[in-house]
Write a protein that binds this ligand. Structure first.
Ligand SMILES: Nc1ncnc2c1ncn2[C@@H]1O[C@H](COP(=O)(O)OP(=O)(O)OP(=O)(O)O)[C@@H](O)[C@H]1O
Ligand SMILES: [Zn+2]
Length: 692
């Protein structure tokens, strides 16, 4: 009899790490959530293992709480803690429903045998008869009347959990899904016959019908008695994907997203944990859904940056998805028209080379901006094409009116007081705003240095572009500044003639039937970021935007405005040549030892105290060196200063290591040593394995 539980107390304190032994209470298993005495406090704690005995004197847990998680999530949490240099408590906390919320009990009224269909001899008013006929249901405002019937033995009234999450109702498409084309058929077959823990990449051109493949694969998995997790980039921007799953599977689907109230979230979590719902659709955190026996994990639009979590642990939901599938013997399927070089390198690839409706991919043309006057936003050709178009999507990856303001007399620029970046002008709001910390101030009338009122605006963002486009056709803008993206998308979908303008969100997986023009403004803008993913991002952005045009039977075309028409990422995107792009990109990465040929770990130190961030980063470097490095062939880059953010100086050290586990181990040990050192107590350290 295993009479001891080992637990991880759920605390954010890094130093406080389990496992700690307690007496095993009745009903406690691996995954149980307990309340345990801990010093003078009471903490919640997750059982991570059972044991026969313990060398310690054991305390008795106070309670077993109802929010147990499946054992496979315990294993996943412990793995995440190691993989991302975090703590078991922080990782396990992510798997629990919101704390402080309980199932919501309400009074449920049911007829007794006597109350079911009472004969005419039973004296009842018409109202009472109507009330009885409507049972069973929650009591609500009729409680008084029901209680009177209860006294007469016709009704029972008792508390019952009431679901707050909305019911998912299947409509329409469930009855007649499309007949799969041979490519889709082959993809579904490949998934169905994949072995436990196998990892597949569904590389299908835009509009090739990947969603239908996911739906069929999910159906097979459910039939085999296993559960399904479907990850999507951002719920607000991918309503179609959710709609298609709900439409096909109804209330078997639970949707987890940030728009739910705490109570709704709790209820969806419970439905998954208790096996009432067998498919979970949601953003990255849905990879931690409490389903048992997951047979299939799908990651749609796997190239999307939102799969990386920015809290602690800084997990990558794509890697966690892979681990999750492995732990339960399920299959991982990631899909994209523009997969990451990492996935192409590591996963078995299935291709969908054609659009599902048989249409061709739209022709893409370069519009060379080198000869146009500086400050021109739209080339004449682009302008004319927009005039001719019925529905167009225009992508510009910069928000606001203009990027920055300068004084024409003295050259003063407006910067954020908290961060070393310029403030962006948002004209409609009459504000200058920092896109890093959210600082806002009114638009200046005059220069604070020289009092000149001659101010120059530089650069163009989506707000100014919207203004220009409004002369051509009705405009819908979509970017992070728009309050309700779902509503904006609907407005565009319903319009007869319109231009959708916005940042990268306009390129995300939308399936509009009648877009006949796509435009990328400043396509090389993303290439100017000093980041090894700049090429990948640029290729993906142009290809994804191009993919929104010419769907649903209407011919479409795409124009790409750029100052750098010879950049390989742009040239390959123009030719729809993802193989060529991926091949070149993997060669480049191999030569420069970037992922997937090495693991990157970014350690960022920050402090409000001058010099402290750099000193801490330097100390991390010294600690790694002193411990013999970060594995064979590893390189340390930095410390290098980063721009000041939210009033904190920052300095970063990058570890580039071919031996992943040696690099992670070295980073974890060095960061722990520096965190513990008194000399660096004002510095904050964040360790980011596989930075986005
Ligand atoms: N076998 C089929 N026959 C006809 N139409 C289909 C078939 N499969 C899918 N479709 C339709 O093709 C369209 C594109 O499918 P879907 O949105 O799944 O593309 P996708 O591969 O996800 O593209 P993207 O990468 O651009 O998001 C949808 O409207 C879908 O209903
Ligand atoms: Zn700022």
């Amino acid at each position: 009899m295993q009479s001891v539980v080992q637990v991880e107390p759920l605390t954010t304190a890094r130093a406080l790490r389990g496992p700690f032994d307690y007496v095993r209470p009745e009903g406690a298993e691996v995954g149980s959530l307990l309340e345990v005495p801990f010093g003078r406090q009471t903490l919640r704690a997750v059982v991570t293992a059972l044991a026969d005995s313990s060398p310690h004197e054991l305390a008795v847990p106070r309670r077993v709480l109802p929010e147990a998680i499946p054992p496979e999530l315990v294993a996943l949490g412990l793995w995440m803690a190691r993989e991302y240099c975090s703590t078991p408590a922080r990782a396990l906390s992510l798997m629990l429903p919101p704390s402080g919320v309980r199932a919501k009990a309400q009074l449920w009224a049911e007829p007794t045998a006597a109350g079911r269909d009472p004969g005419p001899e039973v004296r009842l008013t018409d109202n009472q008869r109507a009330l009885l006929a409507a049972l069973p249901r929650f009591a609500g405002t009729d409680l008084g009347a029901l209680r009177r019937l209860e006294k007469r033995g016709l009704v029972t009234v008792a508390p019952r959990d009431r679901r707050r999450a909305p019911e998912h109702v299947a409509v329409g498409a469930r009855r007649d899904p499309p007949v799969l084309n041979p490519e889709q058929e082959a993809a579904v077959h490949a998934i169905a016959t994949a072995g436990p823990g196998e990892r597949l990449l569904l590389h299908g051109v835009t509009g090739s019908g990947k969603t239908e493949v996911y739906l069929r694969a999910a159906e097979q998995t459910l039939r085999a008695g296993a559960g399904v997790i479907v990850l999507v980039p951002e719920i607000g921007l991918t309503p179609q994907m959710i709609a298609r799953f709900v439409d096909r599977f109804g209330d078997t689907v639970a949707v987890l997203h940030s728009g739910l109230s705490q109570g709704e979230r709790y209820d969806e979590w419970r439905r998954l944990r208790d096996g009432e719902a067998r498919i979970c659709v949601g953003p990255r955190s849905a990879v931690l859904a409490p389903l048992r026996g997951v047979g299939l994990v799908i990651v749609d639009e796997e190239h999307d940056g939102t799969y990386k979590h920015e809290g602690d642990p800084r997990y990558d939901a794509r890697l966690v998805a892979q681990r999750r599938a492995e732990l339960s013997g399920g299959v991982l399927v990631v899909g994209s028209a523009t997969p990451r070089p990492e996935s192409v390198h590591a996963l078995r690839r299935i291709r969908l080379a054609h659009r599902a409706d048989g249409a061709r991919l739209p022709p893409v043309q370069i519009v060379d901006m080198r000869a146009t006057a500086a400050g021109t936003v739209l080339h004449r050709r682009t302008h004319d094409a927009l005039v001719d178009a019925r529905k167009a999507i225009v992508l510009l990856n910069r928000r606001g009116w203009s990027n920055f303001l300068t004084c024409r007399s003295c050259g003063h620029t407006w910067e954020c007081p908290q961060c070393d970046v310029t403030l962006v002008l948002h004209r409609a709001e009459g504000a200058m705003s920092c896109h890093h910390c959210g600082h806002r101030e009114p638009v200046p009338r005059a220069c604070p240095e020289c009092a000149s009122v001659s101010l120059a605006r530089h650069g163009t963002g989506t707000e100014r572009l919207e203004h220009e486009l409004a002369r051509i056709a009705p405009v819908v803008r979509l970017d992070a500044g728009v309050a309700n993206p779902g509503e904006a998308l609907q407005r565009f979908e319903r319009a007869d003639r319109a231009i959708l303008v916005g940042t990268q969100v306009v390129a995300k997986g939308h399936d509009f039937a009648d877009v006949d023009l796509g435009v990328v403004v400043d396509a090389d803008g993303t290439l100017r970021f000093p980041d090894f993913r700049a090429e990948e991002r640029t290729f993906s952005l142009v290809t994804q935007l191009a993919g929104r045009a010419g769907r649903g039977g209407r011919a479409g075309r795409v124009l790409v405005q750029t100052l750098d028409p010879d950049a390989p990422s742009i040239m390959h995107a123009v030719r729809h040549d993802s193989d060529g792009f991926l091949e070149g990109e993997l060669q480049r990465r191999r030569a420069l030892r970037y992922p997937p040929f090495a693991t990157l770990i970014r350690i960022v130190c920050s402090s409000t105290e001058p010099g402290a961030a750099h000193a801490a980063a330097h100390a991390v470097r010294t600690a790694v060196d002193a411990a013999g490095g970060a594995g064979d062939g590893a390189m340390l880059l930095g410390p290098a200063p980063l721009f000041r953010l939210r009033g904190r100086e920052r300095s970063q050290l990058v570890i580039k290591g071919p031996d992943r586990y040696a690099a992670i181990e070295a980073a974890g040990v060095a960061a722990a040593a520096v965190r513990a050192a008194k000399a660096h107590r004002t510095a904050n350290l964040s360790v980011d394995v596989d930075p986005q």
